[in-house]
Write a protein of this length. Sequence first.
Length: 95
Amino acid sequence: MNLIKVTWTDIHSCDDPWISMKEAKEMKPVLMETVGYVLEKNKDYVTIVSTQCEDGETFGSVNAIPMGVVKCMIPLKLDPESCLLDDCCSKNSSG
């Protein structure tokens, strides 16, 4: 699976029971960034997962983002040379 960063627009809501007209008019959609592995991408949406079990069939932190709100998708490259723990990346990449 390919690793990507998706920049997308999300709704901005307010749970307060009452707000002023000024506060309501100041509300704008929020720009979000989500990083994960592409599980599926088509003309309607992109589904990315940030956690995958070693069985390759179980996922966590799954987001299906409509393409209509996607502003940018940037592929990210994994660099074993930049591994943050001694020897873990070289062991994982070989088998």
